[in-house]
Write a protein that binds this ligand. Structure first.
Ligand SMILES: Nc1ncnc2c1ncn2[C@@H]1O[C@H](COP(=O)(O)OP(=O)(O)OP(=O)(O)O)[C@@H](O)[C@H]1O
Length: 714
């Protein structure tokens, strides 16, 4: 089954099967093409045929049709490039490299064999298209009503040609505009220097970071990267702190806030905002920042009270920070429009903005955020560069942090690191040891020591990240029950895991934990007892989660959710009557600002005190209930995609790798799945070899973002 088929619902698949034979017959004429090559109309037919077959989206061939209407003599190559570009945008790429079109883009599209080799397939069409870059560029530039390049005036053309002469990039107009604005604004912010009171900053940093690296430590371990990250963040209006789970990104951000407070000289108090792409991630950020500031307060009190605790009012800072918000809510998302309440002409009221889980922020959202942020405000991006990028197009954090591991710090940065943070970086992190890296890299620091993931799960995550199959194998062979790999015969195994009744005693939390709670509501009918019960259910539900990579097929979210629900009902845990039965876990699939729920929020349906079913959500300790009648966009959440799990962690995480979806199984997907697990990780491979195939496949997002700050393009 192809990727597209996997994403189709059963009705669409049936329709597709019905039309396939019809379309194949319609396309027979393509075998008898005249030697003169394809006309634009024939090319369009061919592309429509691909959409009918489910290889392209209808949207993709519709773009080609729109271009042909705009310019009736548009060359076939332009129509094909546009349809492929639209398809790539749907897969998260912000542009299409023209170089990828010089030969049939078999790897790029990863279509099934008949779509590649069949008489109406990719190879057959490519026989009619230019064979070199000059030919493609000539074809693209022959349609200036459809396409703008650097030399042509902007007349609202839907396509834009950009990139370098030897690496031209084709964009949809919208993405080119986002990319240009995001690239330029990030660079401006990174270059926008702020005066740092060196001696004062050094004094506070020495107070906040008391770790002494052990003698004989490796170059990575010899540096206090957290302290360095704080220092670097002081000197410009953009800083980026990346690192794996538990490396102390929020710990560092909390100390940075304390440092900014300590150095703040304005008359009005520092205005701080916290945000993340999802509600869950925002709640975790707030909890973590508060926890770190409380710990810092205790540390300051233990140190010399006269010098630290007494002069730094951390209590007021904690109170003033306020709740962390989703980016949608921060920017003031409005129903049914892409426009936000805050934008370039109505700026956010903030001095410092910390954005966590920045790997999930897609290009369009990053653009909206940067536009709405006052030029004087400091932006601090936190995130794990190795995690999956967002479903939507763009991988801004990945692009920014591409060289973060190597450092590439200039003399200026090295001097600053020494003066302000007291850190002498090993030669391997100097710019001389690598090609000189641009200003953005000087504002980026990678944290390298995990405080939470030093056990088997951490080892596995590192091995996956390095694409090291042997180390992965070794990690699974480690003693203890933290890691389990399983190749069951059928998806029934997933149900066994969910009910906690699996034949294999692999241990770990299951859905039996939260359902035990669901089935023992409080006897007393008072509000406090009811709230405590709801919170306990929600927290227990978050102890375990099943993640998978696809929606369709017997190993996809739809079938597995139904199977798990049935298994739990058969085992007596659930009574699934109607849609909104007690205990049903739900995930919101669309932002609804009026209801206050956002795409990705996960809750559980439980009765309120008056026995009316409500969907309940927990943000930190804050409980919210939503009327189920108004929750129009939600689905069952026993099983969710890895994408949707980002920003969350579970005591026990099970990752299901399905067969036939090779294109979706990437190193980043597996890494993200593993790092959702706090204590136990279970891998369920529907077929032997899926894990190894996935880790051998790092995902690549085509983007030209780095051209705006002088980095090499992918
Ligand atoms: N320098 C440090 N000294 C002591 N404890 C630390 C230090 N840095 C981080 N920690 C602790 O390690 C744990 C993980 O830190 P933190 O939550 O900041 O990591 P993170 O990178 O933000 O994690 P995640 O990716 O899960 O959000 C926390 O308990 C934190 O208090």
């Amino acid at each position: 089954m192809s990727l597209r088929q996997n994403l189709l619902n059963p009705a669409q698949q049936a329709h597709q099967a019905h039309t396939s034979a019809q379309k194949a017959a319609q396309m027979d004429w393509l075998n008898d093409l005249p030697a003169g090559g394809l006309s634009a109309a024939q090319t369009l037919n061919w592309l429509h045929g691909w959409s009918e077959m489910g290889w392209l989206r209808r949207l993709d061939s519709a773009l080609a049709a729109q271009l042909l209407r705009l310019q009736p003599d548009a060359p076939p190559a332009l129509l094909v490039a546009a349809a492929v570009l639209a398809q790539m945008e749907g897969r998260g790429h912000t542009c299409l490299s023209v170089n990828d079109l010089l030969t049939p883009p078999v790897t790029l599209l990863a279509w099934p064999a008949d779509a590649v080799h069949g008489p109406q397939g990719l190879l057959a069409l490519w026989a009619h298209l230019p064979a070199d870059r000059a030919g493609w560029l000539a074809a693209l530039r022959a349609a200036l009503a459809c396409l703008r390049d650097a030399s042509a005036p902007d007349a609202g053309q839907p396509l834009v040609l950009g990139g370098a002469a030897d690496a031209p990039l084709l964009y949809l107009r919208r993405y080119r505009a986002y990319e240009e604005r995001v690239g330029k604004t990030l660079l401006q912010r990174a270059q926008s220097a702020v005066d740092v009171p060196t001696a004062q900053a050094r004094e506070w940093l020495d107070r906040f970071f008391v770790n002494v690296p052990s003698t004989g430590a490796s170059p990575e371990e010899a540096t206090d990267w957290q302290k360095l990250a704080c220092a670097v963040a002081l000197r410009a209006r953009l800083s980026v702190i990346t690192g794996g789970p538990g490396t102390g990104k929020t710990y560092t951000a909390a100390r940075l806030l304390a440092l900014l407070l300590a150095l703040h000289e304005g008359v009005s108090p520092l205005r701080v905002a916290l945000a993340a792409p999802t509600g869950k991630a925002a709640a975790r950020l707030k909890q973590s920042i508060d926890g770190s500031l409380q710990a810092l307060k205790a540390q300051a009190n233990e140190q010399d009270n006269e010098q630290a605790g007494a002069t730094l009012d951390l209590d007021t800072l904690i109170q003033r920070i306020g709740a962390a918000r989703t980016l949608h809510s921060l920017l003031g998302a409005r129903p049914d429009t892409r426009q936000f309440q805050y934008h370039a002409a109505h700026l956010l009221d903030v001095d410092v903005l910390i954005v966590d889980e920045a790997s999930m922020v897609h290009l369009e959202m990053m653009d909206a955020l940067l536009q709405a942020l006052p030029p004087t405000a400091r932006l601090v991006l936190l995130g794990d560069k190795d995690q999956l990028a967002s479903v939507e197009a763009g991988a801004v954090l990945g692009d920014v942090c591409r060289d973060a591991a190597q450092g590439g710090y200039t003399d200026d940065t090295l001097r600053f690191a020494q003066e302000v943070a007291g850190q002498t970086l090993a030669a391997c992190f100097h710019a001389s040891a690598a090609p000189a890296l641009p200003a953005l890299a000087q504002q980026t620091v990678m944290l390298r020591k995990s405080r939470r993931f030093d056990g088997p799960i951490g080892q596995l995550a590192l091995a996956v990240n390095a694409g090291d199959a042997a180390q992965v194998q070794q990690a699974f062979a480690l003693p203890g029950k933290a890691l389990t790999a399983w190749q069951p015969e059928s998806p029934q195994a997933v149900c066994d895991l969910a009910t906690g009744q699996g034949a294999r005693a692999i241990g770990g939390a299951s859905y039996a934990d939260y359902l035990t709670c669901v089935n023992t509501p409080p006897m007393a009918g008072d509000l406090a007892a009811h709230e405590a019960w709801v919170k306990q259910v929600l927290k227990s539900f978050d102890r375990f989660r099943i993640l998978c990579a696809v929606h369709q097929g017997e190993w996809g979210t739809a079938a597995l959710n139904a199977a798990v629900q049935k298994a739990l009902a058969d085992a007596g845990w659930l009574q699934p009557q109607g849609e909104w039965f007690t205990g049903r876990p739900v995930m919101v699939t669309r932002n609804d600002t009026q209801l206050g729920v956002f795409n990705g929020d996960v809750g559980v349906v439980l009765p309120n005190l008056h026995k009316v079913p409500k969907a309940w959500f927990l943000d930190g300790e804050q409980l919210r209930s939503v009327s189920v009648a108004r929750l129009a966009h939600a689905e069952t959440a026993f099983v969710m995609t890895v994408h949707k799990s980002q920003g969350s962690e579970f005591e026990h995480t099970a990752l299901v790798l399905p067969p036939g979806a090779a294109e979706l199984l990437s190193r980043e997907l597996v890494y993200t799945g593993i790092t959702r697990a706090r204590e136990k990780f279970t891998l369920i491979e529907a077929q032997e070899g899926l894990l190894h195939a996935a880790i051998a496949r790092p995902s690549v997002r085509v983007s030209g973002l780095r051209q705006w700050w002088g980095g090499a393009e992918r």
